[in-house]
Design a protein around this ligand. Structure first.
Ligand code: HEC
Length: 188
C-alpha cells in the first residue's frame, strides 16, 4: 500500500513536470513568433492603406544601434560626432543618398578619430525609420515639403560594397566644412 501511494505521488509529479515543460515550450514558441524581427518589422512597411509608420521603430532602432556612440540627445561625445546637423546634410545636393550610404557601408573621414561602422545588417524598415528619427530630433528639422525616407529608398541603394573612404567622398561639400573648422574636428 505504501508503495502504491509513493508510486502515485511519483507519477503525479512526473506528469506535472511534463505538462509544465510542454506549457513552457508552447509559451516560448508563441513568443518567438511575436519577436520574429522580419515579421514584426514588416507590419510597419508602407502599404496602400497606411503610410510608413516609422516613429516607434525609429526611436527603438536609435536606442539600440546609435545611442552608445551618438548619445541619448544626439550630441555625440569624445570621438563621436553629434547628429544636430543631419537635416542640413540631408537638404544638400546628394545628401539624401549620402546618409543612406554611410549607414550601409560605414564612414571613415579625417574629421573624426573613429570610424562609423556599417549598419548594413539593419533591415530597410529600421534604417529608413532611424534616419527619419534623426531628421526630426536633436534640433533637426527636415526642409519643408521634403519627402522623408521609406524602406524602398534604402533597398534601392543596397549594392556592391563600398569602402568607408569612398562613402566620405560622397559627403555633400566633401571635407570643405572640416577645412573651415580645422580638421580633425572634435566635439568637446
Ligand atoms: C560605434 C560607434 C557608432 C555607432 C554605433 C553609430 N555611429 Fe554614426 N558615426 C560614428 C562616427 C565615429 C562617425 C564619424 C565618422 C567619420 O567622420 O570618420 C559617425 C558619423 C555619422 C553620421 C555622419 C555625420 C557627418 O557629418 O557626415 C551620421 C548621420 C551618423 N553617424 C548617424 C548614425 C546613426 C543614425 C546610427 C545608428 C543607426 C549610428 N550613426 C551609429 C560612430 C558611430
Amino acid at each position: 500500500m505504501r508503495h502504491l501511494v509513493a508510486n502515485i505521488a511519483t507519477y503525479t509529479i512526473a506528469a506535472l513536470l511534463i505538462l509544465g515543460s510542454a506549457l513552457f515550450a508552447w509559451m516560448r514558441s508563441s513568443q518567438l513568433v511575436l519577436s520574429d524581427e522580419y515579421a514584426t518589422l514588416a507590419r510597419y512597411e508602407p502599404t496602400p492603406e497606411h503610410d510608413f509608420e516609422w516613429r516607434e521603430v525609429g526611436e527603438h532602432a536609435y536606442a539600440s544601434n546609435c545611442r552608445n556612440c551618438h548619445g541619448r540627445e544626439g550630441l555625440g561625445w569624445d570621438q563621436y560626432p553629434g547628429l544636430t546637423d543631419t537635416a542640413r546634410l540631408f537638404a544638400a545636393p546628394g545628401g539624401r543618398e549620402y546618409l543612406v550610404e554611410l549607414h550601409l557601408h560605414g564612414l571613415t573621414s579625417p574629421r573624426w578619430g573613429a570610424p562609423m561602422p556599417s549598419m548594413g545588417h539593419m533591415q530597410d524598415v529600421e534604417l529608413a525609420a532611424v534616419l527619419n528619427h534623426v531628421l526630426t530630433h536633436f534640433g533637426n528639422t527636415p526642409p519643408t515639403g521634403a519627402r522623408l525616407y521609406v524602406p524602398a529608398d534604402i533597398a534601392a541603394l543596397r549594392g556592391p560594397k563600398r569602402s568607408p573612404w569612398e562613402v566620405n567622398a560622397l559627403r555633400p561639400g566633401g571635407d570643405a566644412r572640416a577645412a573651415e573648422q580645422g580638421a580633425p574636428r572634435r566635439q568637446e
